[in-house]
Design a protein around this ligand. Structure first.
Ligand SMILES: Nc1nc2c(c(=O)[nH]1)N[C@H]1C(S)=C(S)[C@@H](COP(=O)(O)O)O[C@H]1N2
Ligand SMILES: [Mo]
Length: 229
């Protein structure tokens, strides 16, 4: 950004470009179909599959935002395009549910099995998208093709890539983040905060941020910092 320095949430550092990140960086991104197909399930839902055709009935929108990984790096000035999750929920999903107003939590599941749990309140913020484009191009496999959740006010771990399934829940779901036992144990041990709001620095469910910042720095090597920060 030119002029005044970019404002970042507390404890974040801007990095060069947009690194790929995830719980299993040694594995290549999952191979996914180029067409969008998101199965909606969980409580009170009738069978529903969200496809390109169904999304085509909603207005497209763009959001300029940064992505903040809980480990402390931020990728800046990203332009996401897609559909507001609020529209997807209220116009596509809820009309197909019985007692949809009781839904309080959503689980976003990726083709690699990754899961993020989001409160309904956080999921329907105006800047939360199901995004299929980044910086004017279709999403690459690195960044979540064919479609991902983008919730800029929450840490990266909420922003499930390669979205293939959305679960609706009335009660708070069990904190299951991955089907693989070893990965689930590691993620569970980290105790990611339920809300993960970046401006409140909700990194860890119990530990204060002065403690979690250096711990994350120790475990996760940060990508190169941006020189202008
Ligand atoms: N499907 C899936 N989505 C995921 C992850 C993952 O491992 N698998 N990692 C999350 C984490 S921790 C971060 S910081 C962001 C990183 O997004 P990026 O790879 O586009 O930089 O993706 C999130 N979404
Ligand atoms: Mo992350």
């Amino acid at each position: 950004m030119s002029g005044s320095p970019h404002r970042l949430p507390p404890g974040q550092r801007a990095v060069v470009g947009f690194p790929r990140f995830g719980i299993d960086l040694h594995a290549p991104p999952p191979v996914t179909a180029s067409e969008i197909s998101i199965v909606v399930g969980g409580d009170v839902a009738e069978a529903l599959v969200i496809s390109d055709a169904l999304l085509g009935s909603l207005p497209r929108t763009a959001v300029d935002a940064d992505l903040h990984c809980v480990a402390g790096w931020s990728a800046t000035d990203l332009r996401w395009e897609g559909w507001r999750f609020d529209d997807v929920l209220n116009r596509l999903i809820l009309p197909q549910t019985l007692e949809g107003e009781r839904i309080a939590f959503l689980v976003f599941i990726g083709a690699d099995g990754y899961r993020s749990i989001v409160t309904r309140e956080d999921a329907v913020r105006a800047n939360v998208l199901l995004a299929d484009r980044l910086d004017g191009e279709p999403l690459t496999p690195e960044h979540g093709a064919p479609i991902r959740l983008v919730s800029p006010d929450q840490y990266g771990y909420i922003n499930t890539k390669h979205l293939t399934r959305i679960e609706l829940h009335v009660e708070q779901p069990e904190p299951i983040f991955h089907p693989r036992r070893s990965v689930q144990r590691a993620l569970r041990a980290v105790h990611p905060h339920d809300r993960a709001r970046v401006w409140q620095e909700e990194r860890h469910r119990y530990l204060p941020s002065w403690l979690t910042r250096p711990l994350y720095r120790l475990v996760v090597r940060l990508p190169a910092p941006r020189a202008d920060h």
